[in-house]
Design a binder for this molecule. Sequence first.
Ligand code: ZN
Length: 405
Amino acid sequence: MTVPEPIEWDEEVEGRYERLELMPWWDSARVRASKFLVVGAGAIGNEVLKNLALLGAGTIYIVDNDDVERTNLARSVLFRESDEGENKAVAAAQALRALNPDVQVIPLPKSLQEVVGVGLVRICNAVIGCVDNVPARLHLDKLAWLAGVDHLDGAISALGFQIQPFDHSLPQSHRYADLLPEGVVAGGVSCRDIQIRAHQGGHIATTPLSASLCGAFLVQEALKRLHQNGEGRPRPLRGHALVGQGFSNDYVLERFPPASKEAQPPSRTLVLDSDWGSTSLGEMVDLVQDSLGSKYAILDIGVETKIEATCPACQTVHPILSPDWFLGDLAGVCCDQEGFDPSWGLAVAEGGHIHKGLPALDLSPKAWSLPPMHEYLGMAPDCDEVLILSFKEDRTAFEKRFGGP
Ligand SMILES: [Zn+2]
């Protein structure tokens, strides 16, 4: 009887990313150094995060202030029953660390408006929007546009998905607002029903199937953009939405409608030697007025903010300092009011424009619930230049609070 020779295994141990490195255009160093901001860790977000982690993306920031619910479990590959009640960004981060310990994951368990400033977007290679409502898409797109960073937006229905790339790293990009029904010209984007339904509050039929397709295409676009320099590289999707309708087998590219393609105005940067908790908005308005040489100058904080609310029963004025979407939190503030309704008198900084004469200007951006690493615009009607204000110490403050790469 002959004993078979032991099989000689190849000495070389296969590296984790070996099959990825076989793609001639793949650049491991570039992927390892990459940073992505993923907003929303629901059905689409789970798929996007899973793909980014498998590919070995360097740093992933995850934004979500919702908790994992039982209904998420049928569509979210990263969540387990034991995650119920845990914040989605935190639960997703734990799963990603187990999936690939090479990846630095930073969960930001807050709302987009509270935690993501232009400065955070600016340090990322792309932002991937996995949100289910129009206001969040508009806000994220504005941040990405100001930062000059590409914004990839995804949406799903039961068997349908849609991805929309906004190439803000290029001059004169489309804005998300260009695609909204008001701005859509005849024959333009026909997939707006997804956006409209998404605007109605999240309770739409979705499946892990559409989420998986959507997440795969979003990350594929992010990856292509990361590698876009030089010959032989995959070509990013630009100026079109990719729309898939599995129900009717329609998978098409839809050209974006003509857009205003608003160019960035000339700007000058002013970096303040402090952080967002130690300078008041009033001081910032003064600084803008002095720097632009205009007493009409205003400070744009980037988000419409309610400043004071007057109780309809007793006329007491309450400071709020919150953007629109937090008004629900006013329940029980005064006279056992059940919550905010239009009978409350409101002082508003419309369009996020801060000028002298508004209340609470002695408070800092932090006290106004504005995010760290934000950038503020100073502008005046009699001045062509825009001033961009930021805080030197904000990144340190941000990393101390949330962690950093
Ligand atoms: Zn009252």
